[in-house]
Design a protein around this ligand. Structure first.
Ligand code: AMP
Length: 974
């Protein structure tokens, strides 16, 4: 029996596989690692279980075996020592590794040979020592091998059994053999735990794995949770179904399984899963663990601002508070700009306080005053104030509010003291006849609104006799300036209809619009008065007519039929048309007896300190013209031209000087020089206009001869025509339209200027005294205006034709050096200026139209603008060039010769075509005789140094002309 046993166990040890244990298993007993005598009890003491000692890899191992297969009635017990139960454990697992010999491998083995053994347990509260009693053990399981060992190869089986419901302090395990050949290689006794863990920032302790068990956790340091976090420990020792979670405290953020303080410069304001954020704008750098970042000096948070928001500064005061009187009665609008410093906030709102202040003491305006949309919490930068009294001054204090405005050291306010200020006078809505007699009429009129108490309006009343239909000989207008809204007019013709119009004048002389024209009839002689007797009495001049200015503009209208197809343009300024056009009609300042009234009416007064003269740029009739700057409230500093009145002027000269401003002040058009205003309340009167960087058009073109493309020249002409159309629509006749009186700005826009009334007579150097007296710029003036002073928009059209020629010829003098007398003669003989070099045919045709002798057949300015627009819209229409004859274009008809022999020298020839600047170049190139000139080819001219295309053409054409035969001046005639 010995041999097989030894043999068996020898194999057993050499084939054992060691398995490491998992940490989740808490081992109560491990036979293999005990390393010494286990001290287990065997029963019977001999011939039952035996202990076998084996050294493997230097370590001592013990195993138990039994193999009593040939004798029947075997009952061998092997009992462990007392094993303490760990508190909390009710179950233990028993892992057995064992081998069982196949009974068939034993020859003649008894039929009682077994291949199983039994596992028992017995609980006890104390170690009972060797006091072993079978009856105290209960069977746990019969242990059967999955594989029995047959040959030399040991088949090791592993079986794990869980023993539950343990309750006493400890227990014994026992193995019962009933006749098998079995070796127990190892017994491992353990219970399972769910290991200590951190889940969602909650710590859960190591927990014995029993049946599913709920475990409560605790938040890690610097974390909190709303409800106790929980998790389940399964019987297999696994954590399952966590419930609830912890979050880091303010100032801490989650880093792995812990909460770490925010780094300096970062903050976290609340219990949350969020990470720390960088401190917002305008805050001081924070220390570690900050829950918020404090505002920097001078910056604040409003109570409603979250700590995560940037700190903001209190707003500065609102700016540019202005008031505008609205046309509706008693209303004004306050407007302002947002403060310069908004402090980076968007919650700005404004409130307005209205006070009436008198010598330093202020009282609130009271509840009568209304604000739209309200006095407080204004989001927009305007408010409308109504129910104001027109005779009172109000102080409005505007305050800006923001979330942090209360932290401002100064109240961010701005104030304005203002009163209703109606810039446009009220409209005269109705003229009423109060009384009448054969020679007088009493009228009164109603206004669109009541004038404020402190403003006394004046009225301008115009009346005239109503003419019969058709022709009229004389039209006389009388203008009265009145201080009251009623008038009594005497010295009228009996039984006659009179036409009346009235307009109210503002305090500065500004005018509203005229009322419609009313007709009233004087009574026939001998008829009694039928009107209201009370007004009749009143009518006798009560406070009437303070200033009778008048003007009698007597315009002799020729007795001629008003042809229906007649040109509609204003033939005679102001009174020519039957239907007068108030407001849109130019008013001759000389209609006013006192020209100062015209100045007041049409011109803005500028404070002299706002104007700064910088450099003289020209000389006008009355004094120097300066370039300068003017300070304006809305536009900052603007460049201006300043015309001055030289010292020692007479009152008449002063008025003439300023009359240009009262004319210019009536115009507003992009192609008319804009008047900024006048300085009259300073000893040196000045007229301030917009500044035109490129100066007068004639000089501008001369300086750029041949350099400006035709298309651009066309655009300039179009601008001048548009300005002239505007003037003619206003019934204004310029009389001195010429390139020298057109100014050019930096954008090459052309603007018509020079509106002095005496200018044509005295100012213009081109003016020539005609036989009828008075100066006229002959070369620019239509024949009828020269002959009998018929200045009309049609004569302006003639002048425009000359300007067209000047422009296309780059500032060439019209009719060159012909005398005025020669010019007048040529024109009367139907000669016209020839086309300038390179002039598009269509443009030249338009010039010729402007120079029609019969003024009624000349185009109107509106036609000219349309034609130029069309030409500019299709530039190909400008490609056909008008015939150009150098002989007439470059030489005067009276002095032109038929070949080059008329020039004695090359310089003389160059001078005649205004190209003297090339004298030296020609000399240097050795071209010293006219024969050489006639032989020049295109490349030769270029090689001499003529590069500009315009100059090149001029010289080439001239040579061409010199070569040609002399021809009659046919092209010069129309
Ligand atoms: P006037 O008295 O209008 O003929 O002006 C005399 C000269 O002053 C003109 O020929 C221009 O050279 C110059 N000038 C007049 N007004 C202006 C202006 N608004 N801008 C630039 N230059 C001007």
């Amino acid at each position: 029996m010995e041999l097989p046993r030894l043999h068996f166990f020898t194999f057993l040890f050499f084939n054992t596989v060691f398995v490491s244990l998992q940490s989740k298993e808490q081992v109560l007993l491990d036979m293999r690692s005990s390393g010494g005598e286990l001290g287990w009890l065997t029963l019977p003491y001999e011939n039952g279980w035996e202990i076998v000692q084996t050294v493997v890899n230097g370590s001592l191992f013990y195993t138990y075996s039994v193999c009593n297969i040939d004798s029947t009635e075997q009952d061998n017990w092997l009992r462990t020592t007392f094993i303490q139960r760990r508190p909390g454990t009710t179950r233990v697992s028993v892992e057995l590794r064992f081998a069982v010999r196949d009974c068939n491998t034993f020859d003649g083995a008894s039929v009682s040979c077994k291949e199983t053994f039994n596992l028992f347990i017995s609980e006890a509260d104390a170690d009972v020592g060797t006091n072993f009693r079978k009856g105290q053990f209960r069977k746990v399981a019969t242990i059967a091998p999955d594989e029995v060992t047959r040959g030399r190869m040991l088949k090791v089986n592993t079986e794990t059994r869980t023993v539950g419901s343990l309750s006493r302090k400890g227990f014994y395990l026992a193995f019962q053999d009933l006749g098998a050949c079995v070796g127990i290689l190892s017994v491992r006794l353990y219970y399972k735990t769910c290991p200590s863990t951190v889940q969602s920032l909650a710590v859960f302790p190591e927990t014995v794995a029993d049946a599913l068990r709920e475990v409560e956790g605790a938040c890690v340091e610097n974390a909190v949770s709303q409800a106790t976090p929980r998790i389940y420990c399964s019987a297999e020792g696994e954590w399952v179904v966590p419930v609830g979670q912890c979050q880091c405290l303010p100032g801490y953020e989650t880093t792995g399984d812990s909460c770490q303080a925010c780094k300096p410069g970062y903050f976290k304001p609340s219990v949350s899963f969020e990470l720390c954020q960088v401190c917002p704008d305008n805050t001081k750098p924070s220390a570690a663990g900050a829950t918020q970042c404090q505002c920097e000096e001078g910056f604040f948070r409003s109570p409603s601002d979250p700590v995560t928001s940037a700190c903001s500064a209190p707003p500065s005061a609102p700016r540019d508070l202005t008031s505008t009187t609205l046309s509706a009665e008693g209303r004004l609008q306050l407007s302002w700009s947002a403060p310069l410093v908004t402090g980076g906030r968007s919650d700005l709102s404004y409130s307005v306080l209205c006070e009436q202040c008198d010598r330093g003491s202020c009282v609130p305006c009271g509840e009568k005053i209304r604000f739209e949309p309200g006095p407080t919490d204004l989001q927009d930068t305007t408010v409308i104030v109504s129910e104001l009294d027109s005779h009172l001054n109000y102080t409005f204090t505007l305050e800006v509010h923001s979330g942090v405005s209360q932290y401002s050291a100064l109240r961010p306010t701005t104030a304005i003291t203002t009163a209703l200020d109606y810039t446009d006078p009220p409209k005269v809505t109705l003229i009423h006849l109060d009384d009448c007699s054969p020679t007088s009429l009493s009228l009164s009129w109603a206004l669109s609104r009541r004038p404020p108490a402190h403003i006394s309006h004046r009225y301008e009343l115009m009346y005239r006799r109503k003419d019969g239909d058709g022709e009229r000989d004389v039209t006389t207008y009388t203008v009265l300036i009145l201080e009251k809204s009623s008038v009594h007019i005497n010295d009228l013709t009996p039984d006659t209809t009179y036409m009346f119009r009235v307009q109210a004048l503002g305090p500065e002389g500004s005018s509203g619009s005229y009322s419609t024209e009313y007709e009233f009839h004087t009574l026939p002689l001998g008829e009694s008065q039928i009107q209201n007797p009370s007004t009749m009495v009143m009518g006798a001049v009560a406070g009437v007519a303070v200033i009778l200015l008048v003007v009698v503009a007597v315009l002799l209208l020729r007795k001629r039929r008003l042809r229906s197809h007649r040109r509609g343009g204003p033939e005679d300024p102001y009174f020519s048309s039957d239907q007068l056009k108030p407001l849109k009609t130019y008013v001759d300042p000389h209609m006013y007896e006192d020209p100062n009234i015209a100045i007041q009416k049409f011109v803005t007064e500028i404070d002299h300190s706002a104007v700064n003269k910088l450099k003289v740029i020209g000389v006008g009739e009355f004094g120097e013209v300066f370039r300068g700057v003017m300070k304006t409230p809305g536009r900052g500093e603007v460049a201006v031209a300043i015309k001055t009145l030289k010292p020692g002027y007479s009152e008449k000269q002063r008025q003439d000087f300023l009359s240009e401003a009262s004319i210019m002040g009536q115009f507003s058009h992009p192609n008319i020089i804009r008047l900024e205003g006048v300085v009259t309340k300073f000893k040196h009167a000045m007229i301030v206009t917009e500044y035109m960087e490129n100066g007068a058009l004639d000089i501008y073109l001369k300086d750029r001869d041949g350099e400006i493309p035709t298309y651009q020249l066309g655009g300039m002409l179009r601008g001048i025509a548009a300005g002239m159309k505007y003037l003619s629509d206003m019934n204004y006749v310029h009389r001195d339209l010429a390139a020298r009186n057109v100014l050019v700005n930096s954008s090459l826009e052309c603007k018509v200027s020079d509106f002095g009334l005496s200018r044509v007579l005295e100012d213009d150097a081109e003016g020539t005294y005609t036989t009828r007296g008075g100066k006229i710029p002959i070369r620019w003036t239509a024949p009828e205006a020269i002959a009998y002073r018929k200045f009309t928009s049609a004569s302006d059209v003639w002048s425009f034709g000359i300007v067209m020629w000047e422009v296309m010829a780059f500032g060439e003098r019209p009719y060159w050096d012909m005398s005025n007398h020669e010019v007048m003669k040529a024109i009367n003989e139907a000669f016209r200026l020839p086309a300038p070099m390179d002039c598009p045919s269509a443009i030249y045709q338009l010039m010729l139209q402007c120079w029609q002798h019969d003024r009624s057949t000349r185009p109107r300015f509106s036609d000219i603008v349309n034609i130029l627009d069309k030409l500019l819209q299709s530039p190909e229409s400008l490609t056909a060039i008008a015939d150009f004859d150098p002989r007439v274009s470059i030489r005067l008809p009276s002095t032109s010769g038929c070949d080059g022999t008329m020039f004695r020298s090359v310089p003389e020839w160059l001078d005649s075509i205004k190209m003297s600047q090339y004298n030296e170049s020609f000399a240097r190139a050795g071209v010293t005789s006219m024969e050489q000139v006639l032989a020049l080819r295109h490349e030769d001219i270029r090689n001499i140094g003529v590069r500009l295309p315009g100059h090149m053409k001029r010289i080439a054409y001239s040579i061409l002309g010199l070569k040609d035969e002399c021809s009659p001046l046919s092209v010069f005639a129309v």
